[in-house]
Design a protein. Structure first.
Length: 215
């Protein structure tokens, strides 16, 4: 069943943002090694904290839905804090919240509504938090708006990164404006499997933090 996505009057679809900024998704497997190669080790204390984050998330998910703000409070904020993004040398700003609506063709199916909050670290790392009363909105629905914000990077001589999450799904994005402008995505991570994939998520966050402070 097809879906139509409305995020802003400027950017409605992924095709819109690709056309407007002349960017394409790369087909090179070596374009985005930062999410899976040479990841830093995490401590046992990190693992204990990540296990707690996972347990809390699954506990609240048992009710079948997450209220607005739960994704930020339980998942987004603790991960960013654990990765060190709330401490020097990082500086954080917030973009204006954007409303997202997914309308399905079947009139008997409820229209899905949510909100996108975007945090910006060092003008080089965007964190997109998709909040909804229904967890059925895919994290990929936030990709057009995330890329739109990433194109505003004043330092287009170096890559930009983003992390998108709706709680159940976490995806990393890399955008490079070097000839030609291209982007790519990581695989989808989730706190749901028994093997805690938040371990790798934290490793990637720390790796991105290292990259943007060294450049």
């Amino acid at each position: 069943m097809t879906q139509t996505t409305a995020i802003t009057e400027i950017i409605a679809t992924l095709a819109d943002v690709e056309s407007r900024f002349n960017i394409t998704r790369t087909e090179s497997e070596g374009f985005f090694p930062e999410w899976h190669e040479d990841l830093p080790e995490i401590t046992e204390a990190d693992k204990v904290a990540l296990n707690l984050i996972r347990r809390r998330y699954l506990y609240h998910l048992n009710d079948g839905s997450l209220t607005e703000g739960t994704v930020t409070l339980i998942m987004g904020s603790p991960l960013l804090e654990r990765a060190g993004f709330y401490d020097p040398p990082f500086k954080m700003t917030a973009e204006k919240s954007v409303r997202i609506v997914l309308d399905e063709e079947d009139e008997e199916i409820e229209t899905l509504k949510g909100r996108i909050d975007v945090l910006v670290m060092q003008n080089q790392f965007w964190v997109t938090l998709l909040e909804s009363k229904r967890t059925t909105i895919s994290v990929m629905s936030a990709l057009p708006q995330t890329l739109f914000y990433m194109t505003a990077n004043p330092r287009q001589d170096r890559p930009s990164f983003a992390a998108m999450t709706n709680g159940s799904e976490i995806v990393f994005v890399k955008l490079d404006f070097q000839n030609p402008p291209q982007y790519d995505l990581s695989r989808i991570f989730s706190p749901v499997p028994l093997i805690n994939e938040l371990y790798t998520v934290l490793q990637v966050l720390i790796k991105i933090g290292q990259l943007i402070t060294q450049s």
